[in-house]
Design a protein around this ligand. Structure first.
Ligand SMILES: Cc1cc2nc3c(=O)[nH]c(=O)nc-3n(C[C@H](O)[C@H](O)[C@H](O)COP(=O)(O)O)c2cc1C
Length: 238
């Protein structure tokens, strides 16, 4: 969650038994940084980190999380960029385990700059983007997508991510007009790709977590339910 999930926030999460804690999303190229500044102006939380300091900043945030005595899991960073190179550069941070390409955020400023959800507009472009990152970085690669975006074929997108060689697909199974995730889209993607699926959206209790796993996700992720720095249910019972 941009503007919220930094090293300090993730340190609070370190006691809950997560396998992965994700920091960001950070704006990694000039276009995304400029989009972020516009988003800040209209009052939405964002991380405002200068492009020249971003590598060092992320390095420090990861160190903070990993120095927590209760945390033994991995750290991932969610990055918005209109091109693969800034993502490849940041993947060189030694203590980073997973690099996450943001093909998810839908703020108009980000889409206009070719980041976030804009990457879903053309599966071939997404394929090239993800392939470049996979080829050039030594870390695990995750791609975060938003499902049920008008005009986007989720299966085509998942196949592009799969064929490009990513390790994880992180799916925000947004279900417009409903207070729960769209489990049917997780099932459909499960039936079409062998990728490790991280199912996301509206997980707030044991029931919603179990439903996501029953739909075919290999893991779950939680954002808003943990926004106040605590987790409202026991992960180990999932
Ligand atoms: C304030 C806020 C900021 C967010 N920023 C990002 C972001 O930068 N990158 C991203 O991939 N998702 C971002 N998200 C989306 C969440 O990670 C998550 O996909 C979404 O909220 C649905 O999951 P949930 O129901 O568990 O909250 C943000 C969500 C919120 C509420």
């Amino acid at each position: 969650m941009a503007g919220i999930t930094n090293g300090q926030f993730c340190s609070k999460m370190s006691i809950y038994g997560f396998d992965v804690l994700t920091i960001g999303g950070y704006n990694a190229d000039k276009k995304a940084i400029n989009a972020g500044l516009k988003i800040i102006k209209r009052g939405r939380p964002e991380f405002n980190i200068n492009e020249n300091r971003l590598y060092q900043h992320i390095e420090e945030e990861i160190k903070l999380i990993k120095s927590h005595p209760n945390y033994h899991g991995k750290v991932s960073v969610n990055l918005r960029s209109s091109s693969p190179n800034p993502i490849i550069e940041i993947s060189k941070i030694e203590e980073l385990d997973i690099i996450e390409i943001n093909a998810h955020c839908r703020q108009p400023e980000l889409i206009e700059s070719g980041c976030g959800q804009a990457l879903l507009e053309n599966p071939e472009i997404l394929y090239d983007f993800v392939s470049e990152v996979v080829k050039s970085c030594k870390k695990k690669v995750s791609v975060k997508i938003r499902a049920n975006v008008s005009g986007v074929d989720d299966i085509e997108i998942a196949k592009a991510v799969n064929d490009a060689g990513a390790d994880y697909i992180h799916i925000d199974a947004m279900n417009p007009g409903h207070d729960c995730a769209d489990f049917s889209i997780i099932k459909s993607i499960r039936n079409n790709v062998d990728l490790f699926i991280i199912g996301n959206n509206s997980i707030r209790d044991l029931e919603s977590a179990r439903q996501m796993l029953s739909a075919g996700a290999d893991g779950i992720s939680i954002a808003r339910a943990a926004m106040n720095g605590t987790l409202p249910f026991d992960l180990s019972s999932v």
